[in-house]
Design a protein. Structure first.
Length: 167
């Protein structure tokens, strides 16, 4: 990633579990989610079985504010946990894409804050659309054929963007 005296960046896909930053779970290839990671009390939201909240954080010369989102699970089985892991892995794909976009950015001292905000917004918007498409096409994990296909697609996305995992 290109750095200058004006820019220090970090990118984190996070499973947000509480307001304390030390409770965030940073994505790691060797660590999969467990039901113990889901700390919030389950909510009755129609047929929703679980919820993973991810945050793609990006900061430069600014300390992140407090985040209040939490992840929770009402129905806890291996199939739903795999679906939630998919959401977490999607966040990692887009963290890598953000790292790539920032790394390719040509620093401009007059516009860098707006430029970086625009890059961040573009990547986050794309991530949110991808997350929603995942839920829509898998019917929130209930369509097992599509779920398996999506897990393969997500794994492929992680591999395709592996060279940008060095954030």
């Amino acid at each position: 990633m290109k750095r200058s005296s004006f820019l220090t960046a970090f990118i984190l896909p996070l499973l947000v579990l509480s307001q304390l930053e030390e409770d965030f779970i940073k994505w790691n290839e060797g660590r999969k989610l467990t039901w113990d990671d889901f700390k919030a009390a389950p909510m009755k939201l129609g047929s929703t079985a679980a919820m993973t909240t991810t945050h793609l954080g990006f900061s430069y010369n600014v300390v992140n504010g407090k985040i209040t989102y939490k992840s929770w699970g009402l129905i806890k089985n291996d199939w739903i946990l795999k679906h939630e892991q998919g959401h977490f892995d999607i966040a990692e794909i887009f963290a890598r894409k953000l790292n790539k976009a920032v790394g390719e950015y040509q620093f401009n001292k007059n516009t860098f804050q707006k430029d970086l905000d625009d890059i961040y917004k573009t990547v986050v918007d794309e991530k949110e659309k991808f997350q929603q498409q995942y839920d829509d096409e898998t019917d929130y994990s209930r369509n097992k054929t599509n779920q398996d296909g999506w897990l393969n697609k997500i794994e492929s996305g992680l591999k395709q963007n592996k060279s940008w995992a060095d954030y």
